[in-house]
Design a protein around this ligand. Sequence first.
Ligand code: PZK
Length: 302
Amino acid sequence: MGDAAITSVELDLPHVSSGKVRELFELGPDRLLFVASDRISAYDVIMPQGIPDKGRLLTGMSIFWFGATSDICPNHFVSAATDEVPRVARDSVGALEGRHMVVRRLEMLPVEFVVRGYLVGSGWRDYRCTGAVCGIPLPPGLREADQLPEPIFTPATKATVGHDENISEEQAEELCPPGTLKVARDYAIELYRRAAGYARGRGIILADTKFEFGRRSDGAIVLADEVLTPDSSRFWPADQWQPGRPQQSFDKQFVRDWLTSPDSGWDPKSDQPPPPLPAEIVERTRDRYVEAYQRLTGRTFQ
Ligand code: PZK
């Protein structure tokens, strides 16, 4: 049993795609293997060390949310069992210890379904410049990190290089097959409301989150990817929320603070790779992911 971080995932399966943290493999004509590694990114770069168990914790959170929202919309989750994996890859998938999901293969919609309940990040930047986010006008006088009167849908393109770009709902509609955007948008807003209310009762503000949807062969719109994890969302400790300034991140604050402190000797704007994280930063960050998992799922980890 490993307590070392799993940062590289090599399986005897056809590889479909790699993200900063996640990997996707092919299992068959209608099944994929989705893997969350223990890699962590900050300031747009992947850290040289992983966070032990992060992939298990995030996979556990996703599976929890798939179960807690299946009355809102169908999702791609099939199984977390290793016996659903072809024999050639079963041992190596077993070694991933809960970092994988077998998912249904979908025809993905080419936009990110972002829902925001609070004004931060690119939403805050756009609001300050234009008074609107993705073409949605907002009331004047809002501060950074203020709660919005209603959650808003702010679609973005899926950039292959660089950053996702906010687009209008009309632009998003043109990118998606006819009739699909509004169905997925309504699901996304409902999912956000459900999850934000739930998290708030457990001391976590779900400031915003990003969903991906796909289309099943019968035409149904299906929730995909990882859902409502700290990697796809902004989680804030509710007791530290203070509009008018940048908020502390529930999960990555220690990593960010250390990277920008003089101790690290690293400049996020440089092209240099980040220095290794001190063991204490790794440990405290792992504790934050465990805390998020336990608070949200109500289960004890391990
Ligand atoms: C799919 N991604 C993003 C995820 C990566 C990239 N159920 C599905 N069917 C078809 N395609 C996808 C999914 C899902 N989920 C998701 N790209 C394709 C992604 C994980 C790792 F590198």
